[in-house]
Design a protein around this ligand. Structure first.
Ligand code: NAD
Ligand code: MG
Length: 405
């Protein structure tokens, strides 16, 4: 269907790294986009500032207390439609702003499985869904893709690798790689801050601090995904994400460490052609692509200067130093509830690491222990995913007592 004059957008996770980049792109094109709703878990001052700039109709925050503060601060302020700004809190409010009839597109940029229900609500309402929240797809891939088909939602990947692959494939690619002549997907990885084995031997990896793990060489991102990039769990989650988005198997995907992050991923065709999407590492490119698709708009991104880049390097990923990638392969190969279990355990492990409660090199040990304790089950609906997610979190917290400092 043709897009309306102005796309009305809900941004889930508006105060985050992806949320801010999305608002940056939207602000460049006021004739094309307006903001229906914004959400954040906490940080009501930051959310208030966004409301004053973007004048959404609805704003959603995590707690009743924060909602009260926001309501006070926004009294007398009108939304872009001229109505008062509605302030809400809690999970149902997130679902409501994702499926509201006046919404055209939903940017799913909450971090973690917490984004699953609102993102799925957007899919079930047949929205144009801009998917940054990879954990939602990892947890509930089959349900999610079935719902996309059933409700005619448009799913546009924001993760730079998947956005790159999407750009390198023909428009009709939901039936897998064989019908479109693709042999392999090449998923690039920066390798994270600890990719250099001589600089980061095992004893140094054990003593990594949160600040070191969050200092990503090429991308500026939220803290959870930064730690995932450092353990390579991010690439593991992306491997699973790619299997669902492009209807393929883990064996169809090759992980390629490419330290410059200039190629964002590739598709290798049966005639020998390899198509790559390139650009500076700036998330505004995939965000602008998905916002405007199938058109193209200015994203505010510096043009790529190949003479400055000078060279592109490629090497294999080291799954022994970074076992999370292997765990993700095992999780998607076994299928069922295992990816959800792995993801939940990883969320607990990363949060504990960021709070100084778990050593960096024990993150994969904790994840593997939880996976071993929760064998995969068949997914026959959302219930089993939510209950396995909860059980895995409980087991992971218990494991902290064993593996913690
Ligand atoms: P972030 O931590 O910067 O922001 C997360 C946002 O989600 C914030 O607005 C926060 O308030 C909200 N949030 C957190 N927990 C919540 C909860 N329990 N309920 C409701 N809202 C909650 O994260 P980010 O880096 O912007 O990443 C967001 C998602 O996008 C992640 O799934 C990440 O993997 C993915 N992603 C990010 C990047 C990047 O460059 N930052 C790249 C690719 C994919
Ligand atoms: Mg990515």
């Amino acid at each position: 269907a043709p897009l309306p004059a102005r796309q009305r957008i809900t941004i889930l996770g508006a105060t985050g790294s992806i949320g801010s980049s999305t608002l940056d792109v939207i602000t460049r094109h006021p004739e094309r986009y307006c903001v229906h709703a914004l959400s954040a878990a906490s940080r009501h001052e930051a959310l208030l500032a966004l409301c004053l700039t973007h004048r959404p109709q609805v704003v959603v925050i995590g707690s009743a207390g924060a909602a009260e503060v926001l309501r006070e601060a926004l009294s007398g302020i009108e939304s872009y439609t001229g109505a008062p700004i509605e302030v809400r809190y809690g999970e149902q409010a997130l679902v409501d702003i994702s499926e509201a009839p006046e919404v055209d597109s939903v940017m799913a940029a909450i971090v973690g499985a917490a984004g699953l229900l609102p993102t799925l609500a957007a899919v079930r309402a047949g929205k144009r869904v801009l998917l940054a929240n990879k954990e939602a797809l990892v947890c509930a891939g089959q349900l999610f893709m079935d719902a996309v088909k059933q409700h005619g939602a448009t799913l546009l990947p924001i993760d730079s690798e998947h956005n790159a692959i999407f750009q390198c494939l023909p428009a009709q690619h939901r039936e897998g790689l064989a019908p479109i002549g693709v042999e392999k997907l090449l998923l690039t990885a920066s390798g994270g801050p600890f990719r250099d084995e001589t600089e980061w031997p095992p004893e140094r990896l054990a003593a990594v601090t949160p600040a070191q793990a969050c200092a990503h060489p090429n991308w500026s991102m939220g803290r959870k995904i930064s730690v995932d990039s450092a353990t390579l769990m991010n690439k593991g989650l992306e491997l699973i994400e790619a299997c669902w988005l492009f209807a393929c198997r883990p064996d169809d995907i090759q992980v390629v460490v490419h330290p410059q992050s200039v190629i964002h991923s590739m598709a290798a065709y049966s005639d020998g052609s390899v198509l790559a999407q390139m650009g500076n590492p700036d998330m505004r490119t995939p965000i602008a692509y998905a916002l405007a698709w199938p058109e193209r708009i200015d994203a505010g991104v510096e043009p790529l200067d190949l003479f400055q880049v000078a060279r592109l390097d490629f090497r294999a990923a080291d799954e022994e130093r970074f076992p999370c990638l292997r765990l993700a392969r095992e999780a998607i190969a076994a299928g069922g509830t295992w990816p959800a279990v792995m993801n939940a355990a990883n969320e607990v492990a990363v949060a504990a690491f960021l709070e100084g409660q778990l050593a960096f090199d024990r993150i994969p040990l904790l994840v593997e222990a939880v996976m071993q304790a929760r064998p995969p089950q068949v997914v026959d609906g959302l219930e089993v995913i939510l209950s396995e997610d909860a059980a895995a979190r409980e087991l992971a917290s218990a494991q902290l007592a064993v593996l913690g400092p």
